[in-house]
Write a protein that binds this ligand. Structure first.
Ligand SMILES: CC(C)(COP(=O)(O)OP(=O)(O)OC[C@H]1O[C@@H](n2cnc3c(N)ncnc32)[C@H](O)[C@@H]1OP(=O)(O)O)[C@@H](O)C(=O)NCCC(=O)NCCS
Length: 208
């Protein structure tokens, strides 16, 4: 992978930004500023990086930029609002097959594994130690939580949240903007905008 720029800007000053900054550094780049609309954070530092604001296209300009916000809708809204130069970052302690494609703005944290012919969209998060097996298709604005396991041929559509430790059986599709709760085991397809929990995962509405 080509080396990362040393003038990256991060949007979002929460805890997720800490991991993004640390990951950028481990991958050989540097973050020069964090932008947030929350004025109470301006003047603070995150891992030594100054927090500024507001988030606006003028201030961020053409800088290489990563959105460090875990909420998928918020990340989408900022990505659509800003005309930035989006960069993706993968921690060096990952195993990513050369056939894998990863979209702009996506972050892959330490310990993750992505197997052959998987595709990962833009502005998505592969959190710590997630695994994505062969031929998976992961859309834009997805958050794959820490320790999630996707078997081969899984499709994760736009905007999905897979909570910490969730597992998805082979060839299952998780529909757009659906959520699988922490520890859920998805063995059948999950419909658009549905929240499922448990083993096997069932929709929250259907539990009663
Ligand atoms: C699934 C989830 C999104 C639901 O949140 P919510 O909409 O606020 O729902 P509630 O907390 O009101 O829970 C609704 C019901 O589902 C149950 N439930 C919630 N999460 C569950 C889970 N992970 N496993 C099993 N049951 C769960 C609740 O006990 C509750 O049951 P009840 O109606 O019998 O009392 C949330 O609990 C969750 O698991 N989030 C994962 C977050 C995560 O891992 N993010 C990664 C960040 S790094």
């Amino acid at each position: 992978m080509k080396s990362l720029p040393d003038d990256i800007v991060v949007v979002g000053a929460g805890g997720h930004a800490k991991v993004v900054i640390a990951t950028v550094r481990e991958a050989g780049g540097e973050v020069v500023a964090v932008f947030d609309d929350d004025q109470t954070r301006w003047g603070q530092q995150i891992l030594g990086v100054p927090v500024k604001g507001p988030v606006s296209a003028q201030e961020i300009g053409a800088a290489p930029t990563i959105i460090a916000i875990g909420n998928n809708r918020a990340r989408q809204s900022i990505a659509e609002r800003l005309q930035a130069r989006w960069v993706s970052v993968c921690h060096p302690n990952t195993t990513i097959h050369p056939s894998v494609s990863i979209g702009p703005g996506t972050v892959v944290f330490a310990g993750s594994v992505i197997q052959p012919d998987a595709t990962i969209g833009a502005h998505s998060i592969l959190n710590t130690a997630a695994s994505v097996d062969h031929d998976c298709i992961v859309g834009d604005f997805v958050h794959i939580g820490p320790g999630v396991r996707l078997c081969g041929g899984v499709t994760v559509d736009e905007g999905v949240l897979l909570g910490v430790g969730a597992k998805v059986a082979p060839n299952v599709e998780i529909g757009p903007w659906a959520t699988a709760g922490a520890g859920a085991v998805c063995v059948v397809d999950v419909a658009h905008d549905t929240t499922v929990v448990g083993v096997p995962a069932r929709s929250v509405e259907a539990k009663a």
